[in-house]
Design a protein around this ligand. Structure first.
Ligand code: SAH
Length: 346
């Protein structure tokens, strides 16, 4: 139902404390409610059992707790779980749980749709509808943590911002969500277990460095040659590689955090020796490693994964230049839960 009441999770802890004081109550009541919201994941005021009934009713008169619902859950043969998540206004985003022997990783969305136009990514075909609020990002993590405990008997270990959307175009909310995820009053997870993946927005990479964030950075590079990168990621015309490189140098100087370049090798697009040489050159500017990702087809059209010989050439040339390279196999392909396949299909 439409409501004009304010979402209580839009308030900071300080604002909550002030609200209670203004109501003639004690400021620590704000701390208690904050803990219910961000540490215990309460979705209803009536769940807040150490708060008096009178106060709970008063909260209900003033606020709502908007929260996500897992609308549909699909399990892949490899254990990957894809969730279609319904937001309070009915829009849908997707969040994925990726289990491996050692970890369970949540792949979360930061926007409904995406404003970028990467030609190989299914999400780019959905118009960007809106940014997710911090609580909507946070709730995805809580929901996946629950699934991890339920289906794999262990808490969530890692979080990657590789779902729908461009996290750096929703920077403030992403940062607020990460703050709740990492603070001891929230979920208390280590920022070292979080990776934010970006298509490469130079100004925001610099800002992130200046803000001295503690989480990891991945950049979806896919080509270190401007002309080719622009042809597959057209926004590269606005944010060319020279600007990206400068921002990444700044990132490393400030954070001393290694950068991961995500890279898909496609047949006839970036599968020549010249492409690898450009990548090697790009890797020299700041300590980095390359993650070769398997391509997940989004249609039967122009993009085809390059053959093994091309991948092997990348690996051997990178390694010969002392650049760490990992090859990531796709998970959850059978349910369209793999990278770049998130498009609300099911
Ligand atoms: N906008 C962010 C995060 C979302 S995409 C970013 O661009 O990094 C997450 C990762 O999946 C990116 O590295 C992206 O380049 C990659 N990706 C997109 N479509 C893909 C596809 N069809 N197959 C494999 N990887 C894809």
């Amino acid at each position: 139902m439409e409501t004009t009441k304010k979402d209580i999770r839009a308030l900071t802890k300080e604002q909550l404390r002030e609200f209670f004081v203004a109501q003639g109550d004690k400021d620590f009541r704000g701390n208690q409610v904050y803990e219910w919201l961000w540490n215990k994941g309460a979705h209803k005021f009536e769940d807040m059992t150490n708060i008096s009934k009178e106060t709970r009713l008063m909260l209900e008169d003033n606020f709502v707790i908007n929260h996500i619902e897992v609308d549909q859950m699909q399990r892949s043969n490899d254990g990957t779980i894809k969730n279609a998540v319904r937001l309070h206004d009915g829009l849908i985003v997707e969040s994925v749980l990726i289990p491996t022997k050692k970890r369970t990783t949540a792949c979360v969305s930061s926007q409904v749709g995406c404003s970028l136009d990467c030609k190989f990514c299914a999400t780019s075909r959905l118009k960007r509808m809106r940014n997710l609020n911090p609580d909507e990002i946070f709730d995805q993590v809580v929901a996946i943590d629950k699934q991890s405990r339920l289906y794999f008997n262990k808490p969530l270990t890692n979080i990657v911002f590789m779902g729908m959307g461009e996290p750096l175009m929703n920077y403030n909310n992403v940062l607020k969500a990460i703050d709740k995820i990492t603070s001891p009053e929230g979920l208390g997870m280590s920022p070292k277990r979080i990776v934010v993946s970006t298509s490469g927005v130079p100004k925001m990479i610099k800002k992130m460095a200046d803000d001295e964030v503690k989480f990891g950075l991945a950049v979806s590079l896919h080509s270190a040659i401007d002309e080719i990168r622009t042809s597959i990621m057209p926004f590269n015309a606005t944010f060319p590689l020279a600007d990206l490189r400068e921002a990444l140098e700044h990132w490393y100087a400030k954070t001393k955090n290694l950068i991961t370049y995500e890279y898909v090798v496609w047949d006839g697009i970036n599968d020549t020796k010249k492409d690898v040489e450009a990548l090697i050159e790009f890797c020299r500017f700041a300590p980095s490693k390359v993650n070769l990702i398997e391509y997940n087809p989004i249609d039967d059209g122009e993009f085809q994964q390059a053959d093994n010989a091309a991948i092997d050439m990348y690996i051997s040339m990178l390694e010969a230049n002392n650049i760490t390279v990992t090859v990531r196999r796709s998970r959850g392909k059978d349910i369209d839960a793999a990278c770049g396949q998130l498009a609300n299909k099911s």
